[in-house]
Design a protein around this ligand. Sequence first.
Ligand code: SAM
Length: 211
Amino acid sequence: MTKAQKEAFECHWETYGLDAGACSLNFCHIFGNQFPVWLEVGFGNGDVLIEMAAANPDTNFIGIDVYKPGAGRLLKNIAARGLSNVRVMCDDAVTVLQCAIEPESLDRVLVFFPDPWPKKKHHKRRLVSADFVHVLSERIAPDGVLHLATDWEEYAYQMIEVIDSSGRFVNDGGTSGFVDRPVYRPETHFERRGARLGHGIWDVLYKRKPA
Ligand SMILES: C[S@@+](CC[C@H](N)C(=O)[O-])C[C@H]1O[C@@H](n2cnc3c(N)ncnc32)[C@H](O)[C@@H]1O
């Protein structure tokens, strides 16, 4: 981490950081309101989370990433922008979802440009797997949304296959299974990198079926 990122942890973790403890997170207590909660998994440098939170003051945002320098940058920017509707977790998202998030408590889960692990022997490392989708299906509220994006075509089709197989979500993308980038999703750092390499972009949007 840079000096500024370390300082951001020291100064702002207490206010904007969340530790996954033994109990589930109480969103009303954390945010002091009952606004809907959107969770971004793998926020990277956190810039997209900042933009979404600033544009949607009546929505609460939680970002989870294992990458500490990105979390430091995000903490610094939340404080600089004075945003009260964002919290940061620096943990493994699967563990957090399993252990710290109440069932049917999330209105939207966002997974933008997860590591594609392009080599076949590494596919098992991909975040979007049957187990991941299963825990999401239990944590997202009925009619809540699961939104993923990738610049790796084969991973995009795997996402659709895995989510369809869960039987818990309805695809919002018509016959292709994909949607245009929704207006609320800013371009991400990895998306721009993919575009520079000539990659396409695939957004996948699903609604959780009613219970
Ligand atoms: C390719 S980057 C994309 C970052 C950002 N969403 C973007 O589009 O610029 C993937 C991010 O997911 C994070 N990540 C990977 N596995 C994770 C996990 N199990 N829990 C939390 N974050 C994870 C990585 O640390 C990294 O920041």
